[in-house]
Design a protein around this ligand. Structure first.
Ligand code: SAM
Length: 317
C-alpha cells in the first residue's frame, strides 16, 4: 500500500501540509470516504500526522512504523495483497475490481491451501463440534476454488460419514464464476492435494462430492430453512455483512448453526482492510461488537466468539 502511494506521488506532495480538498483535487480522486480510511490508517500508524489547522503531513520516509505483515503470511498472500494495492489509485478515482480481477489463480490456490487457512478452519470446527458429530446439509458460503470445501469434505470422510445412510451434503457457493468452475471441475485434484487420500480413492465417492454453484452470500440461492449449518470463512469482510448475516439466518433451519471465521478489527492490520476495499461491494473489516449487533438483528442467539483470527458461532433457535 505504502509503495503504491509513494509511486502515486504522495511523499512529495505531502512534504508541505495539505487539506483533504487539495489531495482530492491534485490527484483527481473522487472517493472521500476511502481517502479518509487511508488517512486514518496512516495516522494510526504514525506514518502521517494531523496538524492544528486540520491539514495532514507525511512523516518521511513513507513507510509503516508499527505494522508488519504477520509471519504466517506466505509469499502467495503478500503477492495478492500487492496486486490489490496496485488497484488503490483507481479505486480512489471510483473504479473497483472484481474479486478475482487482480488475482493470479495459481497464487490463489496456493493461498487457500496454506497453513493459515487450514489452522483457522480447524479452529472453527473445534469451536463448533456438533457439525462433524451430527452431519447435515452444510453450506460453505464463499467457497472459492473449493480448497476449504474439500478439506471439510475430508473431515467428514475421516469421521466415516460419507456413505448412503448419512443424510448429509455439502454445498459451496461463490460469486466468482472462475473459482466455481475450478471447484466443480477439479474437486478430485484439489481434495487429493490435502494428502489425506489418493485421487483414485476420492473418485470412488463421486456421487457424494459437494455441489458447487455461482451465487452471492448476500442473496443465497437456496430456499428458507434448507441448511443445518452455514459456514463462512474469511468472507464477511468482502460483503455487506449485515445483509449476508440475515441471509445466513433465512436459509438455516431452526436449531441450525451459523459459524466461521473472520479477521476483525482491532486485530486486523489497518492496511489489510484497505486492500480489501478495492473490491466492488467489499466493506472491509469490522469489530466483534458490530457483528454481534448484526447477528442479533438477524435473529441469532447463543452468539460466541474466540480469538485470534476471530472464530464465531451463533444459533437459530
Ligand atoms: C479469502 S477467500 C476464502 C475462501 C474460503 N472460504 C476459504 O476459507 O478457504 C474469500 C472468498 O469469498 C468469495 N466472496 C467474496 N464476496 C462474495 C459474495 N458476495 N458471495 C459469495 N462469495 C464471495 C471470494 O470470491 C473468495 O472466494
Amino acid at each position: 500500500m505504502l509503495r503504491v502511494l509513494e509511486k502515486e506521488g504522495w511523499k512529495d506532495f505531502f512534504v508541505v501540509p495539505r487539506s483533504i480538498d487539495e489531495v482530492m483535487d491534485h490527484f483527481s480522486y473522487t472517493d472521500n470516504e476511502f481517502i479518509m480510511d487511508i488517512i486514518n490508517a496512516l495516522l494510526s500508524d504514525k506514518t502521517m500526522t494531523k496538524l492544528k489547522d486540520g491539514k495532514y503531513q507525511v512523516l518521511k520516509p513513507l513507510q509503516a512504523n508499527g505494522v508488519n505483515f504477520p509471519d504466517i503470511f506466505t509469499k502467495s498472500i503478500t503477492d495478492i495483497m500487492s496486486e490489490y494495492a496496485d488497484a488503490v489509485p483507481n479505486r480512489l478515482r471510483g473504479e473497483y475490481i472484481d474479486f478475482s480481477g487482480a488475482i493470479n489463480l495459481f497464487n490463489w490456490d496456493d493461498v487457500l491451501i496454506n497453513y493459515a487457512y487450514e489452522a483457522i478452519r480447524r479452529a472453527a470446527f473445534a469451536f463448533t463440534p456438533e457439525v462433524l458429530n451430527k452431519p447435515g446439509y452444510f453450506l460453505d458460503g464463499g467457497c472459492g476454488t473449493g480448497v476449504g470445501t474439500s478439506a471439510i469434505w475430508l473431515y467428514y470422510y475421516k469421521k466415516g460419514h460419507i456413505h448412503p445412510q448419512t443424510k448429509f451434503k455439502i454445498y459451496g457457493i461463490d460469486n466468482d464464476k472462475n473459482f466455481i468452475e475450478i471447484a466443480k471441475n477439479e474437486f478430485d485434484r484439489i481434495a487429493a492435494s490435502h494428502n489425506v487420500i489418493q485421487k483414485d480413492e476420492i473418485l470412488q465417492y463421486k456421487e457424494y462430492f459437494p455441489e458447487f454453484k455461482v451465487g452471492t452470500v448476500s442473496d443465497i440461492p437456496f430456499e428458507e430453512e434448507f441448511f443445518d449449518y452455514v459456514y463462512m470463512s474469511q468472507v464477511l469482510h468482502w460483503t455487506d455483512a449485515s445483509k449476508t448475516i440475515k441471509e445466513a439466518y433465512r436459509v438455516l433451519r431452526p436449531g441450525g448453526v451459523y459459524f466461521g471465521t473472520n479477521t476483525m478489527v482491532p486485530h486486523t492490520n489497518p492496511y489489510l482492510s484497505l486492500h480489501l476495499q478495492v473490491i466492488e461491494g467489499a466493506q472491509g473489516s469490522f469489530t466483534k461488537e458490530k457483528m454481534t449487533d448484526w447477528l442479533k438483528d438477524a435473529g441469532f442467539s447463543k452468539i460466541k466468539f474466540t480469538t485470534p483470527v476471530t472464530i464465531f458461532r451463533a444459533e437459530k433457535v
